[in-house]
Design a protein around this ligand. Structure first.
Ligand SMILES: [Zn+2]
Ligand SMILES: [Zn+2]
Length: 295
């Protein structure tokens, strides 16, 4: 779980950037330091190394861990796993995600595991938490619901609900510095989305919400800092996928499997790709553009 430690141009902001932006790599961790306290945004996968690195960096900054606060953008293993190994004053997450933070086995719901099991036999024996355990472990933690705003030392961050990838996913806006911590919603690799996390509709609405902010730089959970242009790029990806699905249906494709193959090739049966296809199908059905339920 190695990461590059960067002391950014923004005063008090330290970035621990993971070597890879792809699953099962840890999310990046951002540390805001003020008055010997730190706001730790997304500690990363549940391995001791990441927690030790966070502690080491903060020790150099003379930070008191017991006065520090962890904020989780959402309760996925690559963001919250290492939380268990850090002793902070509080752990904050959106109210919608509190249950998943306390009991990660409930994540089967926003991952739509029962739908996947019903439709795709390949996943009949699949256990989400077991799958995470080998790659990027997750443990339940005692998180509490975050307010609309976090005031922390010299900084105030606005909490913006941005579902689509997970139902209570948040982005954090540091207006004074025109910086946005986008979680998984924006970044080098576009996040997957699932019906129970809000699907395509929620994702598009979240992008519109972020577009309204005055932002110079976006600090994503995966990959390098990016700019607000990334919002339009992601909207285009969503629109292109929808267009492709409609074209394929027009041509006569009539199964989820075939649709996923046309969108994702060899990786068609990967859980999150199946969820992406299903998210589009549900949107299109609601809009009356697809009438039949795919088998
Ligand atoms: Zn995630
Ligand atoms: Zn992630």
């Amino acid at each position: 779980m190695h990461a590059d430690v960067t002391y950014t141009e923004i005063e008090g902001l330290i970035a621990l950037k993971s070597k890879s932006a792809r699953w099962p790599a840890s999310s990046n961790t951002y540390l805001l330091v003020s008055d010997n306290k730190s706001l730790i945004i997304d500690p990363g996968c549940g391995f001791h190394e990441r927690a030790k690195l966070i502690e080491k960096v903060l020790k150099n900054e003379k930070v008191d861990m017991f006065e520090s606060v962890i904020v989780l953008t959402h309760a996925h293993p690559d963001h919250m796993g290492a939380t268990k190994f850090l002793s902070t004053k509080r752990i904050l997450i959106h109210a919608i995600e509190v249950e998943y933070a306390k009991n990660p086995s409930l994540l089967s719901k926003p991952f739509d595991i029962s739908f996947i099991k019903n439709v795709f036999g390949k996943y009949s024996q699949f256990d989400l938490i077991e799958y995470f355990a080998g790659l990027c472990p997750i443990y339940g933690v005692d998180a509490i619901a975050i307010n609309d705003r976090i005031s922390f030392g010299d900084y105030t961050l606005k909490v913006i609900l941005t579902p689509g990838h997970s139902p209570g996913h948040i982005s954090l806006y540091l207006k004074s510095e025109r910086v946005l911590f986008s979680g998984d919603l924006l970044g080098d690799v576009m996040a997957w989305y699932s019906p129970s996390a809000g699907g395509v509709e929620a994702y598009l609405e979240s992008l519109s919400r972020l577009e309204k902010l005055k932002v110079d730089i976006i600090m994503p959970s995966h990959g390098s800092p990016t700019t607000p242009e990334r919002i339009e790029t992601e909207r285009e990806i969503l629109e292109q996928r929808e267009k492709k699905i409609l074209e394929e249906i027009e041509k006569g494709i009539g199964s989820r499997e075939e649709l996923s193959k046309s969108l994702f090739g060899k990786r068609w049966s990967f859980l999150t790709n199946l969820l992406i296809v299903e998210s589009h199908l549900r949107k299109l059905r609601k809009e009356g553009k697809v009438t039949e339920l795919f088998k």
